[in-house]
Structures are given as structure tokens and as C-alpha cells.
Design a protein around this ligand. Structure first.
Ligand code: CP
Ligand code: NVA
Length: 292
């Protein structure tokens, strides 16, 4: 049975800790692993991507493998071939499959029929590879995760959900502040509040994501109205712990969900987060491919 990463909850706390240790080692020695030598990895993008595509493509190459980037419309999937048949054929050629798509059910269906690991490269409800890089960034900054508090401020979206799943798995306290109508619908172990100031009290990191995610464009106007008071600015960061850092998964909209002062300022670790995608995903690929 192949091991998949669809939400992050497939990992045990010791596995997560070991994976982040391994990611730090790979960051220090990026060419130290040949875990994918002679193998290929299919990376299917049904939605746009800058970071996920770059970090997976470069990461697979650094592991000695060959990344096959496939965009929407390039597979027979776009002409009605089933996910089941796509999974069966891809599994005969590649060591792992990454998928970025909308519906989580599509990812689950691909995973159900694939005999190689399937990785979630973003769905409407989850973005676990982002959260792995975020935990790596926190671990680098504070030297630990257990006992840290992370505050996410804004839309209760895929990134927020994955931070709750993986942050709580790592022993962190996760607080999410969202306006009415935009709160996470399921967040076991997390604290959900309305007031951003309440969420950031004592937080070691304050996290922002876009107000209009891919697929939410039709409701952009009402989202901007509702989420207006949830901007990550210096004043909100001042209300967190003195050593608090600002995080954002990117792409950012300076002046909207985050100010330019924070995005490019001294307290952010946002550009490290973007780099850490590659290191975290390499450790993840090593783990999943080794066990299959
Ligand atoms: N953070 C993230 O997943 O970025 P992309 O959409 O550019 O891949
Ligand atoms: N929540 C955003 C994350 C982008 C990386 C989206 O789904 O568009």
C-alpha cells in the first residue's frame, strides 16, 4: 500500500518531527540525497502555481529524480479519461504523483487508485505541503515547535485548516481569528475566535493568507469587505509576543491582507517560508517513496 499525504493527518507526531529534522539537514546539504535517482515524479497542476511548482520541480531534481510537470489540458483527463485510469497508468511510470486541484474528492479518488504515493499540492480544503514548510520555518526560528503559539488571522481556508492539522500534531497551540461566515468549519484542537487581537495574544507567529483564494473569485467583493479588519500590520504584530514573527504563504497582496511594511520588514520570515517549501517537500518525498 502506498503512503499518501492528502491532509497531513496521515503523519504521526514522531514522523513529523523526524521529517522536519531531515528537512533541516537537507537544507544544509541540498545535494546529499539521491532518494529519487533514476525515478520520475508527476506533478499535475489544474490550478496556477509559482512556489509549489518551483519547489517540487527543483526539489525532485536535487534528489536525483526527473520532475514531470503536467498542466490542465495536457492529460487525457481533460477529455474525460477517468481519475482511476489516470492513477493506474501514472503508477506504472512514476515514483510519486503530486496533484493541485479544487475538489478534495478528486485528490482522494486519485489516491484510492494509485499504487504510488499521492501528495496534495493544494486543494480547496487543504494545503499540507505549505504547512510543513511553515513548521520548518518556525522550528528554524525558535528551535522547537512544542509549546509555541501560532495565530492565523483571516479567511478560514485551506491554509488555515492545514496549519491547524499539522500545528496541533506538532504540539503547538493554534488560534484562528475569522469574521462571521468565514470561520473554519472543522478545527479540532484549535481555538476559533472573531477578534484578531485575542488570537494574537502571546503568539510567536502571526500568519496571513489571501482573502480571495483560487476558486473564490466570484465572492471577491464581499470577502474584501468582511475581511478588511483582519489585515496583518505592525500594530497587530505588536500585540503578539515580543519575539513574534510574521508569516504568509504567498502570493501576497500588499495593502490588502498584509501591509508592505510587514511583508518586507524585519519581523517577517516569509521569504524563508517560500524557500523552505523545497526542503520540507524533499524530506516528505524521501519518507513516502522509501516506504512504498
Ligand atoms: N504558497 C503557494 O502554494 O504558492 P503557489 O500558489 O505559487 O504554489
Ligand atoms: N488560500 C490560497 C493559497 C494559495 C497558495 C488559495 O487557495 O488560493
Amino acid at each position: 500500500m502506498a503512503r499518501h499525504l492528502l491532509t497531513g493527518s496521515e503523519l504521526t507526531p514522531p514522523e513529523l518531527e523526524a521529517m522536519l529534522d531531515r528537512a533541516l539537514a537537507l537544507k544544509a546539504a541540498p545535494l546529499a540525497s539521491r532518494a529519487l535517482a533514476g525515478r520520475s515524479v508527476a506533478l499535475i497542476f489544474e490550478r496556477p502555481s509559482t512556489r509549489t511548482r518551483l519547489s517540487f520541480e527543483a526539489g525532485v531534481a536535487e534528489l536525483g529524480g526527473h520532475p514531470l510537470v503536467l498542466r490542465a489540458g495536457e492529460l487525457q483527463l481533460s477529455r474525460g479519461e477517468s481519475l482511476r485510469d489516470t492513477a493506474l497508468v501514472l503508477s506504472r511510470h512514476v515514483a510519486a504523483i503530486g496533484l493541485r486541484t479544487g475538489p478534495d474528492a478528486q485528490l482522494r479518488e486519485l489516491a484510492e487508485h494509485a499504487t504510488v504515493p499521492v501528495l496534495n499540492m493544494l486543494t480547496a480544503r487543504h494545503h499540507p505541503c505549505q504547512a510543513l514548510a511553515d513548521l520548518l520555518t518556525l522550528r528554524e526560528t525558535f528551535g522547537r515547535l512544542d509549546g509555541l503559539k501560532l495565530a492565523y488571522v483571516g479567511d478560514g481556508n485551506n491554509v488555515a485548516r492545514s496549519l491547524v492539522v499539522l500545528g496541533t500534531l506538532a504540539g503547538m497551540e493554534v488560534a484562528v481569528a475569522s469574521p462571521e461566515g468565514y470561520a473554519l468549519d472543522d478545527a479540532p484542537g484549535a481555538t476559533l475566535v472573531r477578534d484578531p487581537a485575542e488570537a494574537v495574544t502571546g503568539a510567536h507567529a502571526v500568519y496571513a493568507d489571501v482573502w480571495v483564494s483560487m476558486g473564490d473569485e466570484e465572492t471577491a467583493q464581499e470577502r474584501r469587505r468582511a475581511l478588511g479588519p483582519y489585515r496583518l500590520d505592525d500594530a497587530l504584530l505588536d500585540a503578539a509576543a515580543p519575539e513574534a514573527i510574521a508569516l504568509h504563504c504567498l502570493p501576497a497582496h500588499p495593502g490588502e491582507e498584509i501591509t508592505a511594511e510587514v511583508l518586507y520588514g524585519p519581523r517577517q520570515r516569509i521569504w524563508d517560508q517560500a524557500e523552505n517549501r523545497r526542503h520540507a517537500q524533499k524530506a516528505l518525498l524521501e519518507l513516502l517513496v522509501a516506504e512504498t
